[in-house]
Structures are given as C-alpha cells and as structure tokens.
Design a protein around this ligand. Structure first.
Ligand code: CTP
Length: 404
C-alpha cells in the first residue's frame, strides 16, 4: 500500500519528535517516499540533519528559506510540496499547531501547506495529558475531525513530565497502519459511485412561527456526505434545517418538511447507486398548518390534529431498481429487534443502529456508537468513534456490498 506513495511528514515541537525519526525509517522501509517539514520548535528537539539523512531529502523548515534563489521558487515551494503529497501526516502534532490549523493560521511552512494541501491530513496529537484533555484542545480536534481531518487517538501512559494519561505518540506501527488505511480510502474507491445522502431533522409547520421537529443535528449525515466526497463519490446531500457547513465537493439541497424531502429525494434518486437515509424524518405532521399565528386564548389549548408523513425509505425500498439502500434506526429499547424489523420491512441492504442508551451516541454528539445490521444476519457493533470515522466505516461496508 505504501510503495511509491508520497508522504509529507510534518514534525512539530515536542519531546516525541525523536520518535518520528523511527517513523521515517519505517515508512521508507515500507517503500514510501518521505519528505519532512519541521516547525522551528521541532528543530529544538531534533536536528533537521537527522531527518534529511533518514528521508534522503532536504528538510523544509523555513517559509522564507535563503537557499531558495529565485522569487518564484519561494513563492511556490509550499504549493509544490502540497501537490507532491499523497498524504500529509503531522506526528507529533502539538497543541499549538492543532490550534493554528483549527483557525486557519498560516505562519510557518507546515501550517501554510496544511491549508494548501488537497491530500488527506492526518494528525497524531501528542502532548502532555493535561494539555490533551484541555477543553480547548478537545474542541479544536473535534472541529478539525468534523471537517474531514483524520485524528489518530493518542496512546495513554507516562509522559516525560511524569504525568499519566492520554497524549503520548502511538506506537510507530499503529501510525503506519493508520496511514495505510487512509491511503486506501483516499484511493478514490468511490470514484464511479453516485451517492444520495439525507441529513438533519424535518420541521413540520403548526403555524408560521411554530413547528414540530426533533433533536437531530445533521452531523452524522454530513459526516457521511463529506467522507463519501473525499473518497471520490459524486454526492448529493438533501438536508433538513441544520447549522452546518456544506462539505467540499458536495451538492446540497435544503428542505424543511418531510414532503419537501421526499420530493427532493424522488427528483435526485434516479442517478444514485446508493441512498443513505440519515435524516430523522418526522413521522407525523399537523394536518392543516394555520395560516396565521395561533393566538393564545386563556383557558384554551389549540387542537392540532396530526397525520402521518410519507415514509421515504419505505417507498424507495418498494422500487429499488438495483440501488443499495441504507437506513438509520434510532432506538431506545429492544434496539436490535426493532432495527432488524426495519431492515426487513423497508427492504434495506444495511441499517445503522444508534441507541440512545449508549453514552457518546445520538443527537448533537460528536461521537457515535453504532451497530451495522444486514439482511444476511450479520451484526457488527463498532466502538465509540467520531461521526467522521463511523461514516468511513459505513462506507467500507457499503463498498464491500457494491463489489458483490
Ligand atoms: N425514514 C423515512 N421516512 C420517514 C421516517 C423515517 O425515510 N417518514 C427513514 C429514516 O431516514 C431512517 C429510517 O427510515 O433511515 C428509520 O427511521 P426511524 O424513525 O428510526 O424509524 P421509523 O420507521 O420512523 O419507526 P419508529 O419512529 O417507530 O421507530
């Protein structure tokens, strides 16, 4: 997998920088071509000469290198390096560099390249346990991960400071395997696929100001759309009302109600090979939304009659036309049983079960705990992961089913 691959390795300031020398050696042994960029702080821990000897390339440190003789060389070096990379791996990634990347600062060669690079970015956060557990660092990593940056969970153990906890650089072979996994995905394994994703809640109007809704944040569906686009799929995302950025290279269609979502799905589904219904479509809607705002009358409550919404997924399952259909199920009790029932009645190829019972799962959370179920009776429960990682695991399973 690594043979002939271009790995741009960013090394930031931290005592673990010395371990990255072994990382270069292992990546090279596996056949990769490695170029190293160091931050100023990293050079305080390890000399650039060590990395240039191991990588057999000049080490880039300075954005304004004096070795660059012409203006144009200085002007485009970061773009050339960014374009060269099949993957940008930052290991160790310090809290400072992570914070800069979160806010798009570009004040050294590494952070400039991180902005310019189209290849996947992998971070191996490495720092003292308290710095790693600090809310700011956690939030920064969540934001980056939400935007499609891969984050390798750090190892736990004793730090140079003698503190115990998470924040240590993972073992070298763990990092190498992670890079292989990302390269496999960025291999554009969905290049010829067209994927339709729905996300978010629907809002069913009661009157012009009030609606019936649910707590879906849309994060899971957006993560699926982002991951699929990164893996080369042509992605259409039909989204209910949410406050999320549209992932790069994704065509987004905004809707409010279940009826609007159904109309958009039916318009877009023709060209799709895969439909992933991550939206929490409201099952009921007020029969007749009031034209004007319902006024409060003392001693009275309005009588809002509810009727059923269309079940979009059920309708798709009745006429599959060779499409692969994936549903989500959010359950609070008898989870597996209910999910299996939905898989069958909606004629799905895969269902992703979330249980509200699980800590770190469900609405608004950055992480998810899911179980995949398929019609062959396979049941696979994944450990707690970020929604972006769950999205990639889901796509891995879908790829296998498409191959069949
Ligand atoms: N779904 C849909 N249209 C609806 C309701 C749900 O397409 N009107 C889809 C969801 O997007 C999801 C799957 O069906 O992929 C399961 O949704 P869920 O709400 O868990 O199941 P329901 O069938 O609505 O059953 P219940 O609410 O009773 O659990």
């Amino acid at each position: 997998m690594l043979k002939g691959k271009h790995i741009l390795l960013g090394v930031t300031g931290g005592i673990a920088a010395y371990k990255s020398c072994y990382l270069v050696r292992e990546l090279k042994k596996a056949g990769a071509d490695v170029k190293v960029i160091m931050t100023d702080a990293a050079t305080r821990f390890v000399a650039p000469l060590t990395f240039s000897t191991l990588s057999e390339h000049e080490v880039a440190v300075d954005l304004w290198s004096e070795n660059q003789s012409t203006r144009s060389e200085i002007g485009t070096r970061h773009i050339d390096l960014a374009a060269w990379a099949d993957v940008l791996l930052v290991a160790p990634a310090s809290a400072n560099t992570i914070a800069k990347m979160t806010f798009g600062l570009a004040d050294n060669l590494l952070t400039v390249i991180a902005l310019a690079c189209r290849a996947p970015l992998i971070l191996a956060p490495t720092m003292d346990a308290d710095m790693f557990l600090n809310e700011t660092t956690r939030r920064n990593l969540d934001l980056l991960n939400e935007r499609g940056v891969f984050v390798i969970p750090p190892a736990e153990g004793e730090h140079a400071s003698r503190l115990h906890g998470p924040g240590r650089l993972p073992e070298i072979d763990v990092i190498v395997r992670y890079v292989e996994g990302v390269l496999e995905k960025s291999y554009q394994d969905f290049r010829s696929a067209s994927i339709l994703v729905t996300a978010g809640p629907t809002h069913e109007p009661i009157d012009p100001v009030r609606f019936l809704g649910n707590r879906s944040s849309g994060k899971m569906g957006f993560a699926v759309a982002r991951a699929a686009a990164m893996r080369g799929a042509s992605v259409t995302l039909i989204s209910g009302p949410v406050h999320l950025e549209t992932p790069r290279h994704v065509k987004r269609i905004n809707v409010e109600t279940a009826d609007e979502m159904q109309k958009a799905v039916m318009e877009q589904v023709g060209s799709a090979d895969v439909v992933i219904m991550a939206a929490a479509v409201a099952d009921f809607k007020p029969e007749k939304p009031h034209r004007g705002k319902i006024k409060k009358i003392p001693g009275e409550v309005p009588d809002v009659k509810l009727i059923s919404n269309v079940d979009i997924l059920m309708a798709l399952g009745e006429k599959k036309n060779g499409k692969l259909l994936v549903g989500f199920a959010l359950e609070t009790e008898n989870e597996l049983e209910h999910a299996r029932e939905k898989l069958k009645t909606k004629n799905l190829d895969l269902i992703v079960l979330n249980s509200l019972q699980d800590e770190g799962a469900g609405f608004g959370s950055e992480t998810n705990v899911v179980t995949f179920l398929d019609p062959d009776g396979n049941t696979e429960r994944l450990p707690k992961q970020s929604k972006f990682d769950v999205a990639n695991s889901l796509l891995d399973r879908i790829r296998l089913k498409l191959k069949k």
